[in-house]
Design a protein around this ligand. Structure first.
Ligand code: SF4
Length: 311
């Protein structure tokens, strides 16, 4: 079993959704329809989270290299290149390339994208795409105007954008990939979390960044001596706000309680998480119809539920 705050949120939202995303989805199971389809549908993004993903990619691919090379950031260049990324991904998604045999995410790193509208056979209006472009430019303009944050980022010894780490806790792998880690001094890293979406599920956002810090401490990465040595920043890009979150033993205790309860709850239903040992009938449907409205597994969920009614 792997645990993250996203998997916790999904389990709470809908147990069937969790089943598709964290138990059934498998890109290697090419001949098993449900597993392959669950894998593809797991990649489907609604427009708003997709916009957030592209902005994160823009920062990683086009902003961080300026910092690494200690050059001042050419924001027009960053915006133009990110908009090019939007164009490529829209084309990839519109032509449904992801449905072609042999196409994998790894081979099409920049372009791989499945937008829900395209997956559902619809087009996206040009004014909606324009709005995405405007939002992207707004986010970069806001970041550029956060001069204190920009100088905080500049001149560091190294930058680790979206670097993957994990830690074993309660026989579960806890995964993290913070947006950016950089050192202030030896044993004193900072973690930056770029935020584009408005925070609706993540009353847990404080826990999200604390989780990053917790894994770094537990794995003794960067030789951190105490939680307080880590600085945690959430940078809200759409409304130009910077929030500094607490990092302390108390926050870590709160986090561990939360994780422990969540892991027990998930384990009590999913057991060993092995696909062969599960029955989808044990997994409850979402309680809120809104969850289904924006669920990428809707088609598969209906197919399996209809198949059951015909049996
Ligand atoms: S369509 Fe609704 S019930 Fe089915 S997996 Fe999605 S959220 Fe859950």
């Amino acid at each position: 079993m792997k645990w993250s705050l996203s998997s916790h949120n999904m389990f709470r939202r809908c147990q069937r959704q969790y089943y598709f995303a964290y138990i059934a989805a498998n890109h290697l199971a090419k001949k098993e329809y449900v597993r392959r389809e669950a894998y593809l549908l797991k990649q489907v993004k609604q427009l708003s989270p997709w916009r957030g993903t592209v902005i994160h990619q823009g920062i990683k691919k086009f902003v961080i290299p300026y910092l690494e090379q200690r050059k001042s950031i050419n924001w027009d260049n960053v915006k133009n290149k990110t908009i090019e990324l939007v164009k490529k991904q829209l084309e990839f998604s519109r032509t449904r390339k992801f449905r072609e045999l042999g196409i994998t995410k790894a081979n099409f790193d920049d372009e791989f994208c499945i937008i829900a509208e395209h997956e559902n056979g619809n087009e996206i209006d040009e004014d909606v795409i324009d709005k995405v472009r405007v939002d992207i430019c707004t986010c970069f303009d806001n970041l550029a105007s956060q001069t204190e944050m920009i100088s905080y980022l500049q001149g560091r010894k190294f930058y680790l954008p979206e670097r993957f780490f994990s830690h074993q806790y309660e026989n579960v792998r806890i995964h993290i990939a913070p947006d950016l880690i950089l050192p202030r001094a030896y044993g004193c890293p900072s973690i930056i979390d770029w935020k584009v979406e408005q925070d609706y599920t993540h009353g847990h956002h404080k826990l999200q960044v604390a989780l990053y810090a917790w894994v770094l401490c537990k794995e003794n990465i960067f030789d951190v001596q105490k939680p307080e040595d880590i600085e945690l920043y959430e940078v809200q890009l759409l409304n130009s706000d910077v929030i500094c979150h607490d990092c302390s033993s108390t926050v870590f205790e709160e986090l561990e309680d939360f994780m422990f309860q969540s892991i027990q709850e998930i384990r009590s239903l999913c057991g060993d998480h092995k696909y062969a040992n599960q029955n989808i009938e044990d997994y409850e449907f979402a309680r809120s119809p809104n969850s289904c409205l924006y669920c990428s597994f809707q088609k598969l969920c209906k197919e399996l539920s209809n198949a059951k009614s015909f049996n």
